[in-house]
Design a protein. Sequence first.
Length: 361
Amino acid sequence: MAMGTETKLYVAVGVLAVLGGALYLNSKSKKEEAESYTQAGRAAELPPLTFTDEDTKKIDKIVLEKGADEDGGAGSEFELTKTGDEWKLTKPVAYKANQANVKSLLDALKRLKTSEQISTNKDQYEKFGVADGKGLHVVLYQGGKVKTDLRFGEGGTRGQMARIGDKEGVFSVKGYSSFTFDRDAKGWRDLGILKFDEKEVEEVDLTNEHGQYTFTKDGDKWTAKYKKPKALAAGKIDDFDPAKVGDLLRAFKTLNAADFGDGKKLADIGLEPAKGELTIKLKEGKATHIISVGDKADGTNVWTKVNGNDQIFQISSWAADWVTAEPSKFTAKKDDEKDKDKPPGGGMPGGIDLSALGGGH
């Protein structure tokens, strides 16, 4: 039976529709395939950031250079060097490094990942804060050779802008935390000053403007002698409370720096002569610790020297006030006065700077 004209027309339209659909699907498939090749190519062009546990263990020097900020704040440079299993700060001063914070940086390296290229040339370096002298320059060494060279700039929703090695262009890096990488001097230094077992202490001597104190262990209890300024002989402290010596020792048994006083002159900060000197003697001559305190420093902190070392510290006034104490600080107190001798922060001993537990940025 012959097809009518109208039927032929419908068939032709159907065939065209099928051919058109096939052509569209074929074109779409080729486009998606091309795009996948392009994406794969772009990903392959990204400089990789891959650190394993084994890689971080081999890093033996870290240099962190911070450029001056737009407000005129000075830049900084820190050099951390590994000797054996221990990290030391070698610039700007020689000092034991904060081991936990260095470990945090090394662990953070394993989370870094290059996600995309933001710019292909140097023209955008200034815009994204990665021009020479800008941002945070991180150089990692292994055996005296540069392993990785990174410069971190502005942060944003696309990640942290960065330059990676000698690869020209600006890249977005995921996993970066300024809290971990961009610390101040206090964040890279070991804050520990003193650590001893209070049960090992057999004598405590204290000298300040209020006189001279000698506390001696008699069995499990402390006895006290007190000599007023210019007095010929030592006497006693009325209403002496032996537990107060225990409070004093708890303030110093795990003493931490709130900050440091590099470049300060002793005479300018009340440490030459000192405003008070505390001597803590351990049993059997195991150790003797001498703590000198001076003027107020930043906030309520106080300038301090320990064991005659050149390093100057700031410690909390809660600890330092024991060294400049009047006799009444060692007497029994009423309940409403007891809270005054408790450490700040609900019981943290030794003048601990709580901000340093996180890195101090």
